[in-house]
Design a protein around this ligand. Structure first.
Ligand SMILES: Cc1cc2nc3c(=O)[nH]c(=O)nc-3n(C[C@H](O)[C@H](O)[C@H](O)COP(=O)(O)O)c2cc1C
Length: 478
């Protein structure tokens, strides 16, 4: 049965022990970011909980974070599936889309603030990179707009800057679908209606951060994955429909040619992204459920929620391409958290001939221009999610003069600050060129036996570990 709303989903996370409540009061203007950073960096991905900050200083709305991408298990729970089944689940939605169902009244409009009552600052948006971001930011908005010709809506996550009681900034990268709505509206001399939604059933949230071709209706994809239509209700002040069970909806309009400075903002690679000129929104109405819950994503320095969300979908696509399209005996693929699920790719394979590692690198690089600036191929006995094992393979199964392949003139990753400068100055994103390195760390000939205790001895020690009384030393997290 599909989750009806965020609340039902949070109850499931709670039952599975995947949600941790923070009962201590926290300050959204510095503390939430620091607590999230410590949590994500000090707790390994497979043990990491989602967080619910129950008490936020000066606000009566709690904040949840990590509830879609705190870990792979959480992501799979959001899709009501297992980690290994994620791609199939997405495909079930794209193959069997279900139209949204229009309802007349909805929980998301239980409380309505219009006119002078509108106060965008009522929401507990944190300051994420204190001292560098210009202020509070919404990192998990599901932004809805529609094509003025076809009426087909789009949902996308584009960060929203808090600019006052009834003003917001929106950072939409050039390839994003919503830009086409703005362009089409402006060609007709008009502004663009926008609804910013916070806190929905988790499937809708995941469709918001997942790229689909222009014209694909995310409400219908979400309906297909849920096997139940998404209920929508008409907005009160703009010509849009929003998820009926959403926690909070902010309605507004980007005025015709409405642009102003936005940013800078901490980016997913761990460095600050530059400020720019981007659309702003004039907010006309805020509606919400009684006792609403606010959702945020942790982004910025990896590990983050955004690296987990991006990684899990991308890995499934690469694995399928290498195995099914290219026939390479790849057993696992990992876009590391430290590489923001983009920069570093590790591939494990049951190699049948010496050409396959290079073929796998080339296959991954040609599938998507920015994946795997550093790509490492190892044998299938290496657990590619264990960096120690990967570094061991690099150290003892690889000869730099023979096993390192550099590919020049590749597409750049524009948020990568290592992008070379020209004449002492940064190069414009449109003129950047990058390169890639592939390292074949598979065995090339017969190796000596491993120098480790027999497996049965290690298993026996594991089974009676308590008997030895060995404990890790307690140290402060860095
Ligand atoms: C945590 C997170 C934050 C994101 N922030 C932005 C952003 O500020 N601007 C942007 O253009 N894309 C951002 N993205 C990527 C888009 O959400 C993603 O490409 C999505 O597919 C966009 O929807 P669209 O394809 O319908 O345009 C973000 C993704 C994640 C996971």
């Amino acid at each position: 049965m599909a989750y009806r709303d965020l609340r039902e989903y949070l109850a499931v996370l709670e039952n599975k022990g995947l949600l941790c409540h923070i009962e201590a009061e926290v300050d959204k203007d510095w503390e939430i970011s620091a607590v999230c950073r410590r949590t994500f960096r000090s707790i390994p991905e497979r043990n990491r909980p989602a967080l619910m900050f129950d008490r936020i200083k000066g606000h009566d709305i709690p904040l949840v974070v990590g509830i879609l991408g705190g870990s792979r298990e959480i992501y799979a729970t959001a899709l009501e599936t297992e980690v290994g089944n994620v791609l199939e689940k997405w495909e079930s939605g794209t193959k069997n889309p279900l139209k949204a169902r229009l309802v007349k009244s909805a929980p998301c409009q239980e409380v309505v603030h219009r006119g002078a009552e509108v106060n965008f600052e009522m929401l507990p948006a944190p300051v994420w990179t204190v001292g560098q971001d210009p202020g509070a930011y919404h990192t998990s908005p599901f932004v809805i707009s529609k094509d003025p010709e076809t009426g087909i809506p789009n949902i996308g996550t584009y960060r929203v800057q808090v600019k006052g009681r009834n003003r917001a900034g929106l950072m939409i990268n050039p390839p994003r679908n919503m830009n086409q709505h703005i362009r089409k509206n402006e060609a007709r001399g008009q502004g663009t209606d926008v609804a910013i939604v916070f806190g929905t059933d988790p499937v809708l949230g995941l469709t918001s951060v997942t790229p689909f071709p222009y014209g694909v209706n995310e409400f219908e994809i979400a309906g297909g994955i849920r096997r139940e239509p998404v209920d929508v209700v008409r907005c009160l002040t703009v010509d849009l429909e929003v998820p009926a069970t959403a926690e909070i909806v902010v309605e507004g309009r980007i005025p015709f040619q409405g642009r102003e400075p936005e940013g800078p903002f901490g980016e997913y690679g761990g460095y600050m992204g530059a400020a720019g000129t981007h659309p702003f929104i004039e907010i006309s109405c805020i509606t919400h459920r009684k006792k609403p819950i606010y959702q945020a994503f942790l982004s910025q320095m990896p590990p983050s929620e955004s690296s987990c969300i991006k990684g899990i979908g991308r890995e499934a696509v690469i694995l399928r391409h290498l195995k099914n399209n290219l026939g390479i005996p790849v057993t696992d693929v990992y876009l590391t958290e430290s590489g923001g699920a983009t920069g570093m790719l590790i591939i494990a394979m049951k190699k049948q001939n010496r050409f396959q590692p290079l073929k796998a690198m080339m296959g991954a690089w040609s599938l998507h221009d920015v994946f795997g600036k550093v790509t490492i191929v190892v044998d299938d006995d290496i657990d590619i999610r264990d960096s120690f094992q990967v570094e061991w393979a690099l150290s003892f199964r690889m000869q730099p003069a023979e096993d390192v392949h550099v590919l020049n003139n590749t597409d750049p990753l524009t948020l990568d600050p290592s992008q070379p400068w020209k004449d002492g100055k940064p190069v414009l994103p449109t003129e950047q060129v990058s390169s890639k390195v592939g390292i074949d760390a598979t065995k090339k000939h017969a190796f000596p036996p491993l120098a480790v205790p027999p497996r049965e001895h290690l298993e026996k020690v594991d089974a009676q570990w308590e008997r030895y009384g060995i404990r890790a030393l307690k140290r402060n997290a860095k």
